[in-house]
Design a protein around this ligand. Structure first.
Ligand code: FAD
Length: 322
């Protein structure tokens, strides 16, 4: 196979970011005539493989081994390195999740092969893909084309591809094995990083009203909450709102908060820093209200209003309640 997508297990289901990586593999595979395999491993390997076999890819590989039953960076790092050595794909794709950030550098070191992480898009040059990633706090975009064959490890930023575009089909399922012994497992993982807490699952919300520092002060938060109530939306926020204690941390969207992809993301007084944008750029419709016409978030907006949120929010709420 040419592209191997390594799955992440989310309680027996394929992690959303792995689905996005599969979508990316399908788009890149179809544009450059590359075949695709998917690797499912861990305690839920069979369940994940069954789901993966519904997608339009050539092969699904299942790996069951006591040393990868539960996640450890050592076990996953060694196992993926062996599968990659045996299968010899040109590209190995991952979602850029916390788990991938933890163990894929080990795969890279073991194989002595590059790891292009947090890739946001691709283009074509000379009949081969070129991968783009943001550098220097998103001030510049680096375009990277591997020069000497594979395997190249690549992780894609959340929402780089939309899993809505995943193509269904059917795949061959086969099992693979690796040779690991317990002396290789030296790390003990803590509980997985929780992107959701406090009962607010923003990742599955269809409508989100998101508050930024431009709301001014804690006493103004109820204005946004009333607007959210009027349209049945969840309340989210940028980080300064959480850091100031105006909303609890589970409302935070962004690189250190939740990743969301609602049908509507209404941003109130949010500037559009990259750390916020990575958490919401997959939203289907983005509406931005900001008094600064040059606020970077306007570049992503489907609809934009230049104005004072404190004047606009009450009028909008009133109009929506009418
Ligand atoms: C390691 C790291 C991780 C981070 N993780 C996150 C993260 O997960 N999520 C996140 O959001 N940020 C994160 N940040 C912070 C990020 O860099 C920005 O500082 C933050 O997103 C800015 O939030 P903001 O847009 O609300 O505030 P600001 O950048 O201060 O923008 C406020 C905006 O409100 C507008 N405004 C002001 N008053 C009004 C008004 N009355 N009416 C209308 N508009 C008004 C202003 O024009 C401005 O554009 C992280 C930073 C680091 C270094």
């Amino acid at each position: 196979m040419d592209i191997l997508v390594v799955l992440e297990d989310k309680n027996g289901n394929i992690h959303r970011m792995s689905q996005e990586a599969i979508t990316g593999a399908q788009q890149i595979g179809s544009e450059f005539s590359l075949s695709i395999g998917i690797l499912a491993m861990g305690v839920n390997a069979n369940a994940l493989a069954e789901q993966a076999a519904q997608f339009d890819v050539e092969d699904v590989l299942t790996l069951e081994n006591e040393h990868v039953s539960n996640y450890t960076a050592d076990g996953y790092g060694a196992a993926v390195a062996q599968v990659v050595t045996n299968e010899n794909p040109t590209y190995v794709f991952f979602g850029h999740s916390y788990q991938v950030r933890d163990y894929v550098p080990r795969v890279s070191a073991k194989l002595k092969r590059p790891f292009l992480n947090d890739v946001v898009s691709y283009s074509a040059e000379g009949g081969k893909p070129v991968f783009s990633k943001q550098v220097l706090n998103a001030k510049l975009v680096a375009e990277l084309q591997p020069s000497n064959g594979g395997p190249i490890l690549i992780s894609f930023q959340s929402a780089a591809f939309s899993s809505d575009n995943i193509q269904n089909g059917s795949a061959n399922v086969r099992s693979v094995s690796v040779d690991l012994d317990s002396s290789a497992i030296k790390t003990i993982p803590e509980d997985p990083f929780q992107e959701e807490a406090g009962g607010v699952d923003l990742s599955s919300a269809e409508l989100i009203v998101s508050v930024g520092r431009g709301i001014g002060k804690e006493e103004n938060i109820p204005l946004a909450q009333e607007l959210a109530k009027a349209i049945g939306a969840e309340i989210a926020s940028s980080r300064p709102v959480v850091d100031s204690g105006w909303l609890p941390s589970h409302h935070q969207v962004g690189s250190s908060g939740q990743t969301v992809a609602p049908k509507l993301y209404l941003a109130l007084g949010i500037s559009g820093a990259i750390q916020h944008v990575v958490g919401m750029k997959g939203s289907k419709n983005i509406v931005v209200i900001n008094k600064d016409p040059d606020a970077p978030l306007f570049e992503l907006a489907d609809y934009g209003i230049v104005g004072d949120v404190l004047e606009i929010i009450p009028k909008l709420t009133e109009a929506l309640q009418a």
